[in-house]
Structures are given as C-alpha cells and as structure tokens.
Design a protein around this ligand. Structure first.
Ligand SMILES: [Zn+2]
Length: 114
C-alpha cells in the first residue's frame, strides 16, 4: 500500500534525526501534492504501527495537502486544480497546463530531549 511506503520513509528520516540528537519525536508535519494522494487516516495508522516501541511512538503526524496549480489553455486563468471538480473555473475548458506537483516533504519536526 502506498501509505505504508510513505510512512516507512517518513519514519526513517525522523528516526535518523532522533538518533543524531538523542531525542524523541513529539510532532512532525509533512506536505504532499495532489498526484501523491494520501489518506491521512491510513497514513497515521501505518505510522503508528511502524513507530511502536521506537522514539517516534505516540508522535503526532500532521499532513498538509498542497493544491496543484494549473493554468487554462483557453482563457489563461490560473487556479488550484481540484480532482473532484476538474475543469477551468472560468470557461469550463478541460485543457490546461499543470505546474509541477508538490513533492512529498518532511516540513517540520519537533524533538524532545531524551
Ligand atoms: Zn479557462
């Protein structure tokens, strides 16, 4: 499952930090784009399983979804693409250029000394 792989990679990054700083993780924030659809609940569940018994156990994981920006090829308007409402908000055209999607990113992490 996609979320399990994401949880694993987040966990590894955070664990490296907790090891380096001899600390435990309290809270972390990740962000991801629209082409990297993540179900918050599934990700949190997967993360909790992986983090059990590690310095990341009980850590709060915040997930920010970054909208994908697009521009309409017909009228040129820029808008945040919504997968549930595809189409230009101005002229309803279905042809647009997408900006680069936001990568999956570990944005912030709060550590607490052991
Ligand atoms: Zn348009």
């Amino acid at each position: 499952m996609h979320e399990t792989m994401v949880a694993q990679s987040i966990f590894e990054s955070i664990q490296q930090l907790t090891n380096e700083h001899n600390a435990r993780a309290v809270e972390a924030t990740i962000s991801c784009g629209q082409f990297n659809p993540i179900n918050d609940e599934v990700l949190n569940f997967a993360f909790d399983l992986i983090a059990k018994g590690t310095p990341c156990e009980g850590m709060k994981l915040n997930i920010k979804h970054i909208p994908l920006s697009a521009s309409c090829k017909q009228c040129g308007v820029r808008f945040d693409y919504d997968v549930y409402k595809p189409g230009c908000p101005d002229c309803n055209s279905m042809e647009f250029d997408f900006k680069e999607d936001a990568p999956l990113l570990l944005e912030e992490i709060e550590l607490e000394p052991n």
